[in-house]
Design a protein around this ligand. Structure first.
Ligand code: G4P
Length: 522
């Protein structure tokens, strides 16, 4: 197959949801269809520990949350699909954001009974920032939930996105009989013989003939709703879908594997092919261009405790990767032969020989890579746009309990900072280590990993919530250093950062120092 054809066959997306909405169950079904796992249950088994491949997954197990995000690849029909799982906890939204930088679209799973939940809103906002297409799967229709029209309204009102129902449930919970598939113009029956599963519609959009379902109240309700949607609902606008302004909505039940295949097949028709990416010089790099290039959106250390290795995850943006090829790291100009590369399958990691734009590969890393790095196959060096950092809100002062361990202490901190697990700051004169995070759990994972991976017990002293602001014109800053309501630190790039006690302190400071321009990160 020519490279171009291979690239156009790629679909790379992330699944987002509030914990428990059914992300894992959905992922399992998708992998199952792709033949990547033998029985739906493997991913769950991994989540609950049977396949625990990393030390800090212990934390995930204990708390029943997904901290890390993983990558899975499978083939379906003529497509090669890369699914990126995202952490289900809001404390890791920065990690989620970086993952979203590596995909071309997102699938949002919503629990029919719960509707739009807090974490859905947070993750959705992160998707919004990226402007990528978002597809919605409303899950658990085998249970009683909110009215479908109410859910559509909630999508529009709470998330501020237009919605278009690709299909519509007929009944719900115990009375769930199927979905009215507006897109494929048919009804798909729930819990029925395979030869009865698909029922055709007549030219008025009603069931052909005198099927028993026609007499049921839930069928009549569904038809009424559909008529309402046809008359007063949004039209499917592909341009809006492409820009993330309209979400196509599907209904189904992941646990009973109903509506998932229809979702997948329709989704694959609409989901974008690998998209071009911008360099920091505003140049768009076309995925089908000759030269290989990609960027590192995630670094994960110690994925396999037996190897104590570090994997840099690369989103290939253009061209073709072949094992053994030589690439240049644009940031340093250093060249590497990529002989140890990995791709991620459902229940294993496998050496990858060839991959193309759209694919995600893992590179063995001995400490050369940083998050956001660009690697290129050709002579011309360039960098993809920086991966944004979030403005942290929580801060701790951290020390090693045993001062003799300071070498390991700094090594651990630097590696975890490079991974993007936590943000690093230091005080001006004493150079005390201050860590910043978006959510409290990041500190817990940090503490756990320092102990388990670097053998260092740390002491963390909270300095609480702060408003962090960077300084546009740094030369003015030194005179104002002695401001009592803020702390001045430097970040890992040596930039000055004010940590204000609160909003009031920040405004007070701004009034007194009108010539200092402050800014926040994302
Ligand atoms: P997550 O990754 O988004 O956190 O959700 P996950 O797939 O783990 O699903 C959360 C719970 O919801 C699981 O039940 C799962 O079986 C259930 N679930 C997922 N999809 C459906 C569905 O379509 N219908 C119904 N009725 N339930 C669904 P659990 O009891 O928490 O876990 P388990 O006992 O099944 O392991």
């Amino acid at each position: 197959m020519a490279t171009q054809e291979q690239i156009l066959s790629r679909r790379t997306f992330a699944i987002i949801s509030h914990p428990d909405a059914g992300k894992t169950t959905m992922t399992e079904n998708l992998l199952f269809f792709g033949g990547a796992i033998r029985d739906a249950g493997t991913v769950k088994a991994r989540k609950t520990g049977k396949f625990a491949t990393s030390d800090w997954m212990e934390i995930e197990k204990q708390r029943g949350i997904s901290v890390t995000s993983s990558v899975m690849q499978f083939d379906y029909d003529k497509f090669r699909i890369n699914i990126l799982d995202t952490p289900g906890h809001q404390d890791f939204s920065e990690d989620t954001y970086r993952t979203l930088m590596a995909v071309d679209s997102a699938v949002m799973i919503v629990d029919v009974a719960k509707g739009i939940e807090a974490q859905t809103i947070k993750l959705f906002k992160v998707c919004r920032l990226r402007g990528i297409p978002i597809f919605t799967f409303i899950n658990k229709l085998d249970r009683q939930g909110k009215e479908p029209l109410e859910l559509m309204e909630e999508l529009e009102e709470v998330l501020g996105i237009e919605s278009y129902a690709m299909n519509w449930p007929i009944g719900m919970g115990k009375e769930f009989v199927g979905i009215y598939d507006r897109y494929n113009n048919r009804i798909e029956q729930f819990r029925t013989e395979e030869n009865e599963r698909i029922l055709p519609l007549d030219e008025n959009g009603e069931l052909l003939g005198d099927h028993v379902m026609k007499q049921t109240s839930y069928y009549k309700q569904a038809i009424e709703d559909i008529n309402l949607l046809n008359e007063a609902g949004n039209d499917l606008d592909l341009e809006k879908v492409e820009n993330g302004k309209m979400t196509p909505v599907f209904f189904g039940s992941a646990l009973t594997n109903f509506g998932v295949r229809t979702f997948l097949e329709t989704y694959l028709e609409f989901a974008p092919t690998p998209q071009p990416r911008k360099t920091d010089a505003d140049e768009l790099i076309d995925p089908v261009s000759e030269e290989f290039s990609g960027f590192i959106f995630k670094i994960q250390a110690n994925m396999n405790p037996a190897h104590r290795d570090r994997i840099a995850f690369v989103r290939i943006v253009s061209g073709k990767f072949e094992r053994g090829m030589t690439v240049t790291l644009s940031r340093t100009g250093k060249t590497f032969k990529l002989s140890q590369s990995t791709q991620f399958l459902a229940d294993d990691r496998e050496t990858v020989e060839m991959a193309v734009a759209g694919d995600i590969i893992g590179l063995h890393d001995t400490g050369n890579y940083q998050i956001g790095d660009t690697i290129v196959g050709g002579k011309r060096l360039f960098n993809y746009e920086k991966l944004p950092q979030f403005t942290p809100e929580l801060f701790v002062r951290v020390t090693a309990k045993n001062v003799m361990k300071s070498k390991h202490f700094y090594k651990g901190i630097m590696q975890l900072v490079q991974e993007g697990a936590i943000q690093y700051y230091k005080t001006l004169h004493t150079e005390d280590v201050i860590l910043g995070a978006v959510g409290q759990l990041q500190f817990e994972v940090f503490e756990y990993r320092m102990k388990n991976e670097y053998n260092v017990e740390v002491r963390m002293e909270s300095i609480g919530n702060k408003i962090a602001r960077w300084i546009q014109n740094e030369s003015n800053v030194l005179e104002t250093m002695s401001n009592p309501r803020s702390m001045l630190v430097r970040d890992r790039y040596d930039r000055y950062v004010f940590l204000f006690e609160n909003d009031f302190a920040m405004r007070w400071f701004q009034d007194k120092n009108v010539d200092i321009e402050l800014y926040s990160l994302l």
